[in-house]
Design a protein around this ligand. Structure first.
Ligand code: BGC
Length: 752
């Protein structure tokens, strides 16, 4: 037992309700249901099919690329809403208006749309959707948070909840109704160019943080002025392409689906997400948009999802044009709708509308199926309060880009940065040191924000706010020592290595910022995780000077840094820390905050050595090993922490019972800091192979030097379950092992 027990902490835990799916089916409001049926009864087939149609805003805007105040071609807007009865509009990548615009313009735009919808026969509102995946993406000066991979590195549910709250508020203040976020895909393929849009490789962590985001974004009342519906994406299996390229096939068996890829969506549904976007790729030969088993059998019948599904970009027609599972566009529409897609992100024409109308008129798609889809869409529109809203219901003042939001954003960025290596306590740096700052990611905001920032790819540096600081600018602001920069204006600019080397010789330390340029989706496909050669050359030349080097990285994927990390005195992994990333990184480098980020992924040592932390026994059975450069959960602090005294409340339990876990965590260093304690479980012998360990609980606590806190966790019965030989979820009797830090304790599950 440890002495000086000053605090006792009870950690509120989040659980994935594995068994409870049917019980947890989304609850319906009878009043809303009545309104939905009454409205549906008045609708023509055309109006119904229109509700299922979503177009890109480019279809109804003036396509001259001009930044005009009133971007609509009113005739086209009326044609879409009044003649084609469209149910939804989205803002998307390839249209002239798809770059950040002022909040006033957004409010006007969405207001115009609302006004046209109010002139239709039944006055059904349009639901306007946007990818606000780290804040209100396309609204100038919005609060843009660290991307999801960073939010995962914070291991802080509270921050994820607050991100949800602030994002919803700023989306609503922009006049927008619906957010295509969070990404609940599990990021287990480091080459995949959307890895950073996920909460990393672990099922429990992703479920926990994604649900917190949803709770903050929606609360219990979607119709509240500052709340908005979320959209879980991309259901399901999208994130695990075999070849690492976006929108390419995977092959996920039923067990792996239910163990790894489904639970986060289930958690999102249970947290109340009312919409789901469909996987743009394919699983085991079945394109996501044609997968009845996933979209209907599992999603609706098993998980009790009561909201609506929306296709991803152009994906229904791709069943014909790309996948060749449909012989015509018409067949593609029928296939997708019958599989369970409720709304089509068409997005550039009315082909879906025309084809579905014809299919329904000829009885090839039953009207009952159309009614089901429209019921779901109208339900979400009522739940979201869209029928009552005639203008943006929230003022810009005090709700948009507030100081408070900026402070939370900065905290999120700070807590998301991972100190991976710190030889001989090289960091924090002295504020008097003379520093050479160099490297392609040192002086750009875009490299810290990634895709979905102001534009789709996030790479238009000229649109970034002038008052946000790059790493270089933040370093300059903090220090009194000489700071010299050698680098280009763009990521692509070749850095003059000779000049960097000459400058390095006259400075105390080099801060070398490497990494990736921003990207998302297929534009970010790569063939190797290796860093571009010029970056490695620059690093080697700087090491050769003998000057100490702090390696900082930004980017969405774990690019291979094994060799250069070994030579660097310190390594700080920034990933995509968002608009406050420069300041937050400087806060870490100079010790203004104590780093507390932990890796939500296994950082590979070599490009082809991709083993995840929750691997199967044979993946670490000699000569195989789990040998990443930095393991899942790794992250240093300027202090040191240890856990001790791992105990369980019982060593024998019955099937269906949970177990209480306690452990003390102590700050044995000299600085106050935050530590995340991770609780892992292993099912020692089972009828199907089990991961060597799996995260089942975590808690982040702040501790002063010498302070000890006792943490209590519950491992629920659900958390002990597996998908058995019969593909059913079950708990098997026998031995289990709980692991925290260097300690482990076993318990037995016995028959009832
Ligand atoms: C992406 C989605 C996104 C949609 C709308 C698609 O290409 O895969 O994640 O929500 O575009 O912008």
């Amino acid at each position: 037992m440890l002495l000086n027990l000053k605090h006792k902490i009870y950690v509120t835990l989040f659980f994935i309700a594995f068994f409870a799916s049917n019980l947890n089916a989304q609850v319906l409001d009878p009043e809303i249901e009545e309104k939905v049926s009454a409205l549906l009864a008045q609708m023509t087939l055309e109006e119904k099919v229109g509700q299922m149609t979503q177009i890109d805003v480019g279809v109804v805007t003036v396509m001259n690329g001009q930044d005009v105040d009133q971007p609509f071609d009113m005739a086209r807007l009326e044609d879409a809403i009044i003649s084609h009865h469209v149910g939804s509009i989205l803002n998307a990548p390839s249209t002239p208006n798809n770059k950040a615009q002022s909040i006033e313009k957004w409010r006007n735009m969405t207001q115009t749309i609302r006004a046209v919808a109010a002139r239709t026969r039944l006055k059904i509102p349009i639901i306007y959707g946007i990818d606000a995946i780290h804040g209100a993406t396309y609204t100038q000066n919005s609060t843009l948070f660290p991307q999801a991979i960073n939010m995962a590195a914070t291991f802080n549910r509270d921050l994820s909840f607050k991100e949800g709250e602030i994002t919803a508020r700023e989306v609503k203040a922009s006049g927008i109704d619906w957010n295509f976020s969070p990404v609940m895909d599990i990021g287990r393929q480091p080459l995949w160019p959307r890895l950073w849009e996920t909460y990393g490789e672990d099922v429990y962590l992703a479920s926990s943080l994604g649900s917190a985001f949803i709770e903050g974004h929606q609360s219990n009342d979607l119709s509240a002025a500052d709340k908005a519906p979320t959209c879980l994406k991309h259901y399901v299996g999208y994130s695990f392409p075999i070849n690492g390229k976006d929108r390419t096939p995977t092959s996920i068996g039923e067990r792996m689906l239910r163990e790894i890829f489904l639970p986060s969506f289930e958690a999102g549904i249970n947290a109340g997400a009312p919409t789901i976007m469909v996987n743009s790729a394919e699983v085991d030969g079945i394109p996501g948009h044609a997968n009845y088993h996933y979209l209907t059998t599992i999603l609706r019948n098993e998980l009790g999802f009561m909201g609506f599904t929306v296709s991803d970009w152009e994906d229904i027609i791709r069943l014909y044009s790309r996948d060749k599972v449909a012989a015509s566009p018409r067949e593609a529409v029928k296939m997708a709708v019958m599989a369970g897609v409720d709304m089509s992100m068409v997005p550039f024409n009315f082909s879906f509308y025309d084809l579905l109308l014809d299919l329904a008129q000829r009885g090839e798609v039953p009207v009952s199926r159309i009614d089901e889809a429209v019921t779901r869409i109208l339900r979400v529109k009522y739940q979201s309060g869209l029928f009552e809203r005639t203008e943006p219901t929230i003022a810009v003042n005090a709700h948009f880009a507030t100081k408070e939001a900026e402070i939370i954003n900065r905290q999120a960025a700070q807590e998301s940065i991972v100190l991976a290596k710190n030889d001989k306590h090289f960091l924090p740096l002295s504020k008097k040191a003379s520093i050479l700052v160099t490297g392609p990611t040192a002086n750009l905001l875009s490299v810290m924000n990634g895709g979905w920032t102001l534009t789709w790819q996030g790479d238009d540096e000229s649109l970034y706010p002038k008052n946000k600081l790059t790493l270089l600018e933040a370093i300059k602001q903090k220090t009194s020592g000489k700071v010299t920069y050698v680098g280009g204006k763009n990521y692509q600019d070749e850095i003059n290595i000779e000049q960097a080397v000459t400058e390095a010789r006259t400075h105390d330390v080099v801060v070398l910022a490497l990494g990736e340029k921003p990207y998302t989706e297929t534009s970010g496909n790569i063939d190797t995780l290796n860093l571009p050669f010029p970056q490695l050359q620059l690093a080697q030349a700087l090491f050769a000077t003998g000057k100490p080097v702090v390696l900082v990285t930004f980017g969405g994927r774990p690019r291979i840094i094994t060799d250069i990390a070994q030579q660097a005195n310190a390594v700080v992994l920034g990933f995509l820390p968002g608009m406050e990333g420069g300041v937050a990184m400087a806060d870490v480098l100079f010790g203004d905050i104590n780093p507390s980020g932990k890796l939500p992924i296994s950082y590979p040592r070599n490009t082809n050595d991709i083993v995840l932390y929750d691997h199967k026994p044979m993946e670490s059975y000699a000569p195989n090993q789990y040998n990443p450069l930095y393991p899942f959960g790794h992250g240093l602090s300027y202090s040191e922490f240890e856990t001790h005294g791992l105990t369980l409340d019982k060593t024998q339990i019955q099937v269906g019972e949970g177990i209480e876990v306690s452990v003390d965590v102590k700050n044995i260093g000299k600085m106050t800091g935050k530590e995340t304690v991770l609780v892992y479980l292993n099912d020692v012998v089972a009828s199907v192979t089990r991961p060597t360990k799996q995260l089942k609980a975590y808690a982040k606590v702040e501790l002063k030097p010498n302070e000890i806190k006792k943490l209590h966790f519950t491992i629920s019965a659900d958390a002990m379950s597996l998908i058995g030989v019969d593909m059913k979820r079950q708990i098997e009797i026998g031995e289990f092992k709980v692991m925290v830090g260097n300690e482990s304790v076993n318990f037995n599950v016995n028959e009832k």
